[in-house]
Design a protein around this ligand. Structure first.
Ligand code: 4AD
Ligand code: MG
Length: 479
């Protein structure tokens, strides 16, 4: 008999029909006469209740129906009174496809997330991880839908690269060389001539630079793929391997970039509310009671557009009024997540798009704001900053901090070269990037959204290790 997915079965009303479901036992309870088996097949957070009259089945088989066991059940679909669902199955045939001994690691309810991380190969079978993974899938669909409907082309940038987009130097190397027998030149530098690519290569930290090649030819592109960062950040917000979405758009200015960032995130959040109702209701009940309210809240708010310099003024004012922060925040300092969260969660109580950052801690490719004679600069809506600034536009979110990092790109060849020289950057491997500014240069802008940070926000989960199936973090590459 053809199997029906539980998600489809629970929507049916043709009571009396014979059906077949397959899935894993969540719980079994009941009396000597009848057993109630809650069965889940991963298609939905909801279980279907299987009712088995004990006398009709082999007692040895019935003993094998334990939490985690895999069953195939045939029976009659009947209207349910007690199971919390409209439908249940009166079993006529049960087969145990896979037994589940008592040392099954997901046996007990309410295990800690840390315990589940150590059993990440099995945690997917729990309600929480099932819900998170279904939402993760739905958010990927939301992202492709958004860009497809807005005329962006899905553009595939390489994962192996010879350049460092963010210039932060935290890249994983890719080599086929024998690491025990490295040839070095007279200065002690490793010779890569005989390596697979004939030069030093790494896993990409961002597809942006190649994305710019796409945008300046196709008009609007987006990437959606894995990125890798060998930063030793053991925090609930950092992964060594994470997925990033990077749209890049020709002829987009700063205001339009911010419009895009806001519209895009809201589309994704709305998609979750519309398409992941059962899973969100579960997470709202079990993980975070404020979740759905927070998601709906974001849709109602207009994001604040705040120059960095004004943000610093607000933080300084808070410090004057007795607010304590662990890290300093004077003009020119990179904001710590405590500062970002103060602005978003306490001061404005809504998402903030921060603009016009000091160039000291932003990347070389960002558009430089007009400098004033006194060494300052003029940015968004004429706001004055005391030093040189760039048109970065990051989105800061409640609970998360930075969810998007983006900018208008410097399209002027001479200004870009000036910045590269100021930073003493080696552009040997980026000659092709400079050609975009040499040949038909055009104003353009883009951003990167950390996929797992979006999933954190949408699920209410607290740790980024729990929104990706198999997290990669310092000292952890298990599974
Ligand atoms: O701010 P970032 O470093 O920006 C870039 O890489 C640009 N090239 C993007 C662009 O303009 N096309 O990273 C972008 C986003 C961050 O805002 C954050 O959401 C996420 O990527 N991110 C991480 N997520 C998880 N783990 C990490 N280690 C992350 N580092 C950045
Ligand atoms: Mg950033």
């Amino acid at each position: 008999m053809k199997r029906t997915k539980i998600v489809d079965l629970l929507k049916r009303e043709d009571y009396g029909s014979q059906v077949c479901v397959k899935g894993w036992v969540r719980t079994k309870r009941g009396s000597k006469a009848v057993n109630f088996i809650a069965l889940n097949d991963g298609s939905t957070i909801n279980n279907v209740q299987v009712v088995a009259d004990v006398e009709k089945f082999d007692p040895e088989m019935m003993k094998l129906i334990t939490t985690g066991a895999c069953l195939s059940v045939e029976g009659q679909m009947v209207q349910s009174i007690g199971s919390g669902q409209a439908v249940e199955i009166q079993a006529t045939d049960i087969q145990v496809l896979g037994e589940c001994p008592a040392d099954y690691p997901m046996q007990k309810k309410g295990q800690s997330f840390e315990y589940m991380r150590q059993h990440a190969h099995m945690r997917l079978r729990t309600n929480t991880f099932g819900a998170v993974m279904r939402i993760r899938h739905n958010m990927a669909m939301a992202i492709h839908t958004y860009f497809h409907e807005h005329g962006y082309f899905y553009f595939h940038t390489p994962l192996i690269t010879a350049s460092d987009c963010e210039g932060a130097g935290n890249m994983f190397q890719v080599t086929t060389k024998n690491l025990y027998d490295l040839k070095k030149d007279e200065q002690g530098k490793i010779i890569y001539d005989d390596d697979f690519f004939g030069q030093q290569t790494s896993l990409t930290v961002s597809g942006q630079l190649e994305g710019e090649l796409g945008a300046t030819a196709l008009g609007a592109i987006y990437t959606f793929g894995p990125t890798f960062r060998a930063e030793n950040s053991n925090t609930p917000r950092h992964l060594a391997e994470f997925w990033m979405i990077e749209p890049e758009v020709a002829f987009l200015d700063q205001e339009e970039l911010m419009d895009l960032e806001e519209d895009f995130i809201k589309f994704c959040v709305r998609w979750a509310l519309d398409n992941c109702k059962d899973d969100l209701a579960f997470l709202n009940k079990m993980i975070d009671n404020g979740l759905i309210e927070r998601l709906e809240g974001v849709l109602k708010e207009t994001f604040v557009r705040l120059p960095y310099t004004k943000g610093i003024e607000i933080l300084q004012e808070a410090i004057k009024n007795g607010r304590k922060f662990e890290f300093p925040c004077n003009w020119g300092d990179d904001l710590a997540s405590e500062h970002e969260r103060y602005l978003v969660e306490e001061h404005f109580k809504k998402p903030v798009i921060m603009t016009d950052y000091p160039r000291a801690f932003k990347s070389f490719y960002m558009k430089q704001n007009e400098q004033s004679a006194d060494g300052g600069s003029v940015g968004y809506q004429g706001a004055i900053a005391p030093g040189p600034t760039m048109q970065g536009t990051d989105v800061l979110f409640p609970q998360i901090g930075e969810i998007i990092g983006g900018s208008v790109r410097e399209a002027d060849y001479n200004k870009l070269m000036g910045e590269i020289e100021r930073r003493k950057m080696d552009m040997t491997h980026l000659w092709w990037y400079l050609d975009t500014r040499k040949y038909g240069s055009c104003p353009h802008a883009g951003f990167g959204l950390g996929f797992e940070r979006l999933i954190l926000f949408v699920t209410g989960m607290q740790n980024i290790r729990d929104v990706i199936p198999f997290p990669r973090t310092p000292k952890n590459a298990e599974f």
